[in-house]
Design a protein. Structure first.
Lengths: 268, 620
């Protein structure tokens, strides 16, 4: 509690935490909050500018932008958090193995990851998604695989400072299995690093979901999704800028909030 | 000692660290002075504030540290109110400092001689040629072999001891009025340490530099300094001429510190060590800070803070009962009667032709070669040698942490030449290890209970109820209580952590325990208690020890047999008394001569050497 209080002393951080919590609440409760159905079309009021009726205006099909943004928070957060969790789990395991076993295992793992990291995330992800077909599950798996190498490198270097400690030698002399040493002796000592990693990767992951949806490889219409909304609104940007600006602002608010939190976690 | 001759006068200095919301005073009300050409030693254990004091004098305190009271007068100027620019002029020019790690003081990309020559060019404005000549002269003075050739080499081409010589050369090149040495030989091998200490003594006769020598090793300080101050919990508890303090300590802490050292030449078969008891509670505020650990305490000590009383000719003691302490003399020696080593004719451990070669970057380094020896049940074998001699690699191969390239390890007639996890449970149970670093030996994220229970579950038969009982007995054996079970390692002191590690090793009733520098990271006052504990357990369980240590006094005290390693080879092996009293190998002889420095004896040269000799009382 004391720690939380000191964290909240910084106004920027407080704001970030509030934004994050706000989006989490909205993702769960949007059906109760949203004024309209996110896919309900009112073709008579297309491109309506923000008004008392439609706070953020309507889009090309007369759908309420605010309702779509509130509803869109759910897919972004589900895919983002699931992909990050999976990616960090894979990356942590690989990093632990590489650092603990060293030698050939290390070389093989790290060089393959280097290869994967040589390609821009979005390019390789879009190729894979084009082959597998866009679905929420595929999106999660692809983003997780793209995040894992970065996470593995950080975990590996964190583990390197622990693997030669005497308590690891004591565990080996006890006859402990590799899995026990990795997950019971080493892992608990790098929990701090993994927390920071998770938060930093979460921001990237949210960004990737939005980008891939924007490119059409992610969430498919008519499901409300922020990246997709930006893509759909783009042709009408001149006449109805709110259709693009509102979802873009939503993405930015979430990514920045998570980043601020990550920076603070890293500093502490 | 007229005030005019003071080079440094520290008066009522108090240094505080801001930690969390509060303030922690690391140095409290410390007053001392050093005359020109004089060497003063500051001795203290970890947490005594000795390093903080050294940094405070140079005003190098970390951001959360600040001087809250007092003055530091250097050559008539108070350094406390000075600004950054004035300070740096003094620091670079007239106060030089030599730290523990020489590698960090040298620029790795600059030739060794250049680094000294630069001092001459910057400070004396000398030309290139002349600066080079002076620098070569300095390299010669710090006794670096082939000063001319050494000038053009880079720091990585020198050994640790040689690097420290270069750093000392750099420090002396500016001809400082004050030289601060902060643990300058910690981390160096014993033989190298002896050479460096000799160098200091020799240089003192040539330079008029005042020296402040900060160390945890009271013996080293005695060899170099004519005056000494003893720090305890940030306070100077005793000061005076080295000889006086050593021969007639007037503060209970000094007396205990001197008594708890392993006396050179002593053996466990003749006497016990006299540990300084650990206090069971924190001292009262505004009372004597040593009171909880003191054998002389009276009710008054808990109510009043003692001043620094004159307790001898030049001696001062922060103890109300300094007269009683001085009169008491050293603590009575607890003689041990009728203890004899186990017979050497049986074999528990049989090592034959062990060899290990490390390959790095295409080069082969022979860590251990052709190592053969046997160890009988119930005997203690001490393995000595400098860093890089292969003693640790040898131990790790025996322990199953390293696979030998050739040779065999047999334990109780079973071949165990393989990694630990491929050995039988019986073999793993029979061989345990106690490691060097107390803070690395226990997993910081596990509780003591988890650590000990895991060991028992993996290696000892029996059910849960049995284990809880064993756990209680184990803790009692290492003098810890049930209150230590549910804490994590960082809540324990170094000595307590090492006790847990010892309990872990003995939980399986091992036949052989490998002790890798078990006390080298501990304070002297803790060391004696741990060594006594190891001896008691060894006797009770009739275990064998393979003791690796660079501290020859410790090895001499504990070991029945000695094995000397040099560059991967066993150069001498025999009963301890024989090896120590009549070493056959030339390397062993060199190693043994170095130990005398630790005892606070000898060091040739220097105008006032004789006065400083203080061998006698430490041996008592």
């Amino acid at each position: 509690m004391a720690r939380l209080r000191t964290l909240l002393r910084s106004p920027g951080l407080t704001l970030a935490v509030l934004v994050l919590l706000g989006w989490l609440v909205i993702a769960v409760l949007w059906p109760l909050i949203a004024p309209y159905g996110p896919t309900a079309q009112t073709l008579t009021s297309r491109y309506a500018p923000p008004s008392a009726e439609h706070w953020l205006g309507t889009d090309n099909l007369g759908r309420d932008v605010l309702s779509r943004i509130l509803a869109g928070s759910r897919s972004v957060l589900i895919v983002g958090i699931a992909a990050t969790t999976l990616g960090v789990a894979i990356g942590t395991t690989l990093g632990l193995c590489a650092a603990f076993y060293r030698g050939r295992v290390d070389e093989l793992l790290m060089r393959s990851l280097d290869l994967l990291m040589a390609f821009p995330i979005v390019v390789i992800a879009s190729v894979i998604l084009a082959m597998l077909g866009p679905s929420q599950l595929n999106l999660i798996v692809v983003i997780a695989l793209m995040l894992a190498p970065y996470n593995a490198r950080v975990v590996r270097s964190a583990v390197l400072s622990w693997r030669d400690r005497d308590f690891i030698a004591a565990a080996r002399m006890r006859g402990e299995s590799g899995a026990y040493i990795l997950f019971r002796e080493l892992l608990p000592n790098i929990v701090g690093t993994i927390n920071v990693e998770f938060t930093m990767r979460l921001a990237l992951s949210i960004f990737a979901v939005a980008t891939l949806s924007f490119l059409g490889f992610g969430i498919q219409p008519p499901t409300p999704d922020w990246g997709l909304m930006v893509a759909e609104g783009r042709p009408f940007y001149q006449i109805a800028p709110w259709v693009v600006v509102a979802p873009a602002a939503a993405i930015a608010s979430l990514v920045v909030a998570v980043n601020v939190l990550a920076q603070r976690l890293r500093a502490s | 000692m007229s005030a005019a001759a003071d080079v440094l006068r520290v008066e009522r200095l108090t240094v505080e660290y801001r930690v969390g919301g509060g303030a922690l005073s690391a140095v409290r009300d410390v007053t001392f002075s050093i005359d020109a050409g004089e060497a003063m030693g500051l001795v203290g254990e970890s947490g005594s504030g000795k390093t903080t004091l050294g940094m405070a004098i140079l005003r190098y305190l970390p951001d959360n540290g600040r001087i809250t009271q007092g003055s530091i007068t250097f050559d008539g100027t108070d350094l406390v109110p000075l600004g950054r620019r004035e300070l740096s002029a003094i620091r670079g020019n007239r106060i030089a400092m030599v730290y523990q790690n020489p590698a960090s003081a040298l620029n790795p990309s600059m030739r060794a001689g250049e680094q000294i020559a630069e001092v001459y060019r910057a400070h004396l404005g000398l030309g290139r040629e002349e600066a080079r000549q002076r620098a070569e002269g300095m390299l010669d003075l710090v006794q670096l072999p082939d000063a001319h050739g050494a000038y053009d080499r880079y720091p990585h081409q020198f050994s640790g001891g040689q690097k420290q010589r270069i750093v000392i050369g750099m420090a002396l090149a500016m001809d400082p009025s004050l030289l601060i040495l902060d643990e300058p030989t910690t981390g160096l091998d014993v033989t190298v340490e002896a050479e460096i200490v000799e160098l200091f003594a020799d240089l003192r006769s040539r330079f008029d530099t005042a020296i402040l020598f900060i160390s945890h090793d009271i013996g080293l300080v005695a060899t170099v300094c004519e005056r000494v101050g003893v720090l305890y919990r940030g306070e100077l508890v005793e000061t005076g001429a080295t000889q006086g303090v050593f021969e007639r300590p007037t503060h209970p802490y000094t007396r205990g510190l001197l008594a708890c050292r392993v006396p050179p030449g002593a053996s466990k078969d003749s006497r016990r060590l006299e540990p300084l008891p650990a206090g069971s509670r924190e001292p009262e505020v505004d009372a004597c800070s040593f009171e909880p650990r003191c054998a002389f305490r009276e009710p008054r000590c808990r109510q009043e803070h003692p001043a620094l009383f004159a307790s001898g000719n030049t001696q001062h003691s922060r103890c109300f009962f300094h007269e009683t302490v001085a009169a008491a003399g050293p603590p009575a020696v607890t003689e041990v009667a009728g203890r004899t080593a186990a017979p050497a004719d049986n074999t528990l451990l049989d090592v034959r032709g062990l060899r290990r070669v490390f390959r790095s970057g295409g080069r082969e380094v022979i860590a251990v070669t052709d190592a053969s020896f046997t160890l009988a049940p119930g005997r203690i074998l001490g393995v000595v040698g400098e860093s890089g001699s292969g003693k640790t690699t040898l131990a790790r191969m025996i322990a199953g942490l390293e696979v030998p390239d050739a040779g065999t390890v047999r334990l109780a007639d079973a071949d165990v030449t393989r990694l630990a996890h491929k050995r039988s449970v019986e073999a793993r149970r029979a061989l345990q290890m106690v490691f060097q670093h107390p803070d690395g030996t226990l997993n910081p994220s596990h509780t003591i209970r988890q650590i000990l229970r895991r060991q028992m579950r993996m290696l000892s038969p029996g059910d849960g109820a049995d284990r809880d009982e064993t756990l209680a007995t184990l803790l009692e054996a290492v003098q810890l209580g049930p209150e230590h079970l549910d804490v994590r390692p960082r809540q324990l002191s170094g000595g307590q952590q090492q006790r847990v590690a010892i309990a872990r090793a003995f939980s399986t009733s091992p036949g052989l325990v490998v002790l890798d520098e078990p006390t080298s990271a501990l304070d002297v006052s803790v060391q004696a208690a741990i060594l006594n504990l190891l001896i008691d357990l060894q006797q009770r369980e009739n275990a064998s020890y393979l003791l690796i240590s660079h501290d020859l006094a410790v090895v001499r005290y504990l070991a029945d047999d000695i094995l000397v390693m040099h560059r991967g080879e066993i150069v001498e092996h025999g009963p301890a008394a024989e090896v120590f009293d009549a070493p056959r190998d030339p390397y062993t002889r060199k190693l043994l001569s170095a130990v005398t420095v630790h005892a606070g004896k000898v060091v040739r040269g220097g105008p006032e050497r004789e006065r400083d000799t203080a061998g006698g009382p430490i041996r008592a």
